[in-house]
Design a protein around this ligand. Structure first.
Ligand code: SF4
Ligand code: SF4
Length: 165
């Protein structure tokens, strides 16, 4: 049985109901609204009792990523680049056209390209939260942060997450 921890989705939690009564450690009763991970023992009672499905059980230990051969890596890179290029073209068209309909269409294409690119990278295992790729990405962003990047939050993730490579 993998070790788990509970996480509450604050957007759909309607507050002050079942999980407060079933938690054996009082971890659900926090002032911040989030579950106290230091008290959580991962029993899952809160998730099972929540009427809004607002609590997810998150594994603490993840399996290692499957190795990928060069063909897969090349294919993922190629498709990701093409999605990034398509996104840039759609953004450019949306920002320069006077046609409101075309602007709306290109905005949708831009978002779609971004989602497809992200899905592809995630589903091929390059953006698993525990992976070395994510660790290296966070380290790079902390060293040279893009504008608006939450450096302190990234430092906290690097300090607390259990990366497996
Ligand atoms: S998993 Fe168990 S210990 Fe953790 S918050 Fe939920 S009820 Fe409490
Ligand atoms: S049981 Fe669900 S909706 Fe109720 S307080 Fe807990 S997380 Fe929120």
């Amino acid at each position: 049985m993998p070790r788990m921890i509970a996480s509450r989705n604050l957007r759909i939690c309607t507050k002050d109901c079942m999980c407060l009564y079933v938690c054996p450690t009082g971890a659900t009763d926090t002032e911040t609204g989030q579950i106290d991970f230091k008290k959580c023992i991962g029993c899952g009672d809160c998730a099972r009792s929540c009427p809004n499905s607002a609590i997810c059980m998150i594994p603490l230990d993840y399996p290692h990523q499957q190795p990928k051969d060069a063909k897969v890596v090349d294919a993922v890179r190629g498709i990701s680049r093409s999605k990034a290029v398509q996104e840039a073209i759609a953004r450019n068209v949306a920002e320069t056209t006077d046609d409101a309909g075309l602007r709306t269409l290109m905005s949708a294409v831009r978002r779609s390209d971004r989602l497809m690119g992200e899905d592809l990278i995630r589903e091929t295992g390059f953006l698993l939260p525990q992976s070395g790729e994510v660790r290296r990405m966070l380290e790079a962003f902390v060293t040279d942060p893009p504008e608006g990047f939450p450096v302190e939050a990234a430092r906290e993730l690097l300090r607390t997450m259990r990366f497996n490579s």
